[in-house]
Design a protein around this ligand. Structure first.
Ligand code: NA7
Length: 545
């Protein structure tokens, strides 16, 4: 007998699927697989369910999709019984909902928590994935489902001296669970994307002094959050099935317009923007049908917001620094917050424009700017994520012939329908690059992906097929489709995380599919109906004794 190999071999169970992540996607995957009579095992780094909503506990964290829409649609009783309390749910309420779903459908028992997947290797002889974790698990499954999230790998900038800072350092996407007090403290926030602009007004209320370090100003639309009244909720619930059917085509219900911003009079345009500004939320960017596609149309909306900033912020120099000028409105993810611009009128808040006064380093007592040191007790990084690909490429995923996914994607993600990548059979990616993902209501995208994947596995089992992977030509064609969809929009006009521009050295490729969830769903369904066109299916390997 040869000596036992050093690496633990899996126990005898062969799972139908291993799921990575217990956020909205992983939980729905577990539920749908079990409903289809398939076995599954999930791994989750966090100690409990929730995904981004477990980690993003920073003050002010809130969804910018309205609560009645940011929830699962797969179970009628669930959606009728759950009661949302606010128009835009705060993080604790969303986490409470996710935990409720996990309890209600008995989903926790399918997961091993506080366990991170470190490696996954495709075994071509057996047509299985061998998955290993940081706790020594080694489990095999026929399919591997990456529900690891598009915004789950946080990024701290590489600022000299960061390790020397004496005070507390936090990242919004990895916020401590212990209670934190800002009272009496001098707090610095670096970053003014969606997370920073939500946290800043809340921190400002409690801190002795808040300094915001801004590299690029963003367009911030007021949320106009409010309690969700009984009548609105009941009316919505009465038509939930119909609403969900529509959401499957449009993602989130915005009041889309069929008019160009350039075909109406100045007064009409102003009135429309006024109406939408007063109503609050992302609806603002849908005021006209060409805000995302025409620079001239976009400028009318951007000018409107800049005028609002100048009207709200009393100090003219601060107002000017807050006005975005280097990218079209919406080309970086539009931000929604409460009292963001008003916060700069508080005497305890100071804005540092890093373009004029850059950070030179971090000292034990604060941030060193070109103009001098800002003394701080706490430093909050709201500096974003290695978006869409980070959670996939940091795991050593090896496909056929030992090829590493991170190697295959070194020049940018290449895949077919965003769902699978050639050379990595039976590896499904949920709401990753190449799919609508972060450009649409994530839960609608998640449900569409999981439903497609589970149906695909069922169809394969019925046909006696063991492996599925894209034809290389199909994925080359899909990359082209994704690029063309992006080029029809203004998204490509900004240095955003959609393009990987926030990560030094990351290839600049517009990652999400910008063609819309409805057209995308139709393409995915047609591909399946057409015998999984563009995929290569392999017959079941013969059972060996
Ligand atoms: P984002 O949107 O990536 O925002 C990160 C912010 O941090 C953005 O303002 C960056 O400025 C800034 N940043 C990044 N690195 C630095 C350095 N080195 N110095 C100064 N400022 C820096 O992340 P969020 O967490 O706010 O939002 C991510 C998504 O989560 C959001 O869209 C929602 O979908 C939920 P930059 O623009 O790069 O100049």
């Amino acid at each position: 007998m040869p000596a036992a190999t050093a690496l633990a071999e899996p126990k005898s169970q062969l799972w139908d699927a291993i799921i990575v992540g217990a956020g909205f996607a992983g939980l729905h995957a577990a539920h749908a697989l079990r409903q289809a009579g398939l076995s599954c095992l999930g791994f989750e780094t966090a100690p409990d369910v929730g995904g981004v909503w477990h980690w993003n506990r920073y003050p002010g964290a809130r969804c910018d999709v309205e609560s009645m829409q940011y929830s699962y649609g797969f179970d009628e009783t669930l959606q009728q019984e759950w009661v949302w309390r606010e128009r835009f749910a705060p993080q604790p309420e969303i986490l409470e909902y996710i935990r409720h779903v996990a309890d209600r459908f008995g989903l926790r028992r399918h997961f091993r928590f506080a366990t991170s997947v470190t490696a996954a290797e495709f075994d071509a002889a057996q047509a299985t994935w061998l998955v290993r974790t940081d706790r020594g698990d080694a489990e095999r499954a026929r399919f591997l489902i990456m529900a690891s999230g598009g915004l789950s790998v946080t990024r701290l900038p590489d600022i000299p001296g960061l390790g020397t800072f004496r005070g507390e350092v936090m990242h919004t996407g990895d916020w401590p669970t212990r209670p934190l007090s800002f009272a009496g403290k001098r707090v610095g926030v670096v970053g003014t994307g969606s997370s920073g602009i939500q946290a800043i007004p809340v921190i400002a209320e409690h801190a002795a002094q808040l300094t915001v370090f801004q590299r690029t100003p963003n367009f911030v639309i007021p949320a106009r959050n409010r309690p969700l009244d009984e009548a609105t909720q009941s009316a919505w619930k009465a038509r939930y099935a119909e609403h969900r059917a529509r959401a499957r085509q449009v993602g989130t219900f915005y009041a889309f317009s069929d008019r160009s911003a350039l075909e109406v009079s100045e007064a009409e345009r102003q009135a429309e923007y006024d109406r939408r500004w007063a109503e609050g939320g992302v609806n603002f960017v849908h005021a006209f049908n060409d805000i995302y596609t025409s620079e001239d149309a976009n400028r009318t909306a951007a000018d409107y917001v800049r005028a609002k900033i100048r009207a709200i912020v009393r100090d003219p120099a601060t107002a000017e620094a807050l006005c975005p000028k280097d990218h079209p409105l919406g080309s970086k993810r539009i931000c929604v917050a409460s009292d963001y611009y008003e916060t700069y009128n508080r005497p305890n808040v100071r804005l540092v424009d890093l373009r004029a006064d850059p950070i030179e380093g971090i000292a034990p007592g604060g941030v060193r700017l070109a103009s001098g040191e800002v003394p701080l007790d706490m430093l909050v990084f709201a500096t974003g994520y290695d978006a869409l690909t980070g959670a996939l490429t940091r795991i050593a995923i090896r496909g056929r012939d030992g090829q590493l996914l991170s190697e295959k994607w070194k020049n940018g993600p290449v895949n077919y329908l965003g769902l699978m990548t050639a050379g990595f059979p039976n590896l499904f990616i949920v709401t990753g690059p190449g799919s609508p993902s972060v450009l649409v209501n994530m839960i609608v995208g998640i449900e569409q992906h999981i439903d497609w994947i589970v149906r695909c596995i069922g169809d394969m089992d019925a046909a006696g097929q063991a492996t599925i992977e894209p034809e290389p030509q199909a994925e080359r064609d899909w990359v082209q489709v994704v690029n063309e969809a992006a080029e029809r929009t203004l998204f490509v006009k900004a240095n955003s995380w959609y393009l990987g521009a926030n990560i030094p050295g990351k290839p600049r490729v517009f990652m999400p599919y910008a063609g819309g969830i409805g057209p995308y769903r139709r393409i995915c369904d047609e591909v399946a109906a057409d015998g999984y066109r563009g995929f290569r299916l392999g017959a079941r390997v013969r059972e060996t004794a």
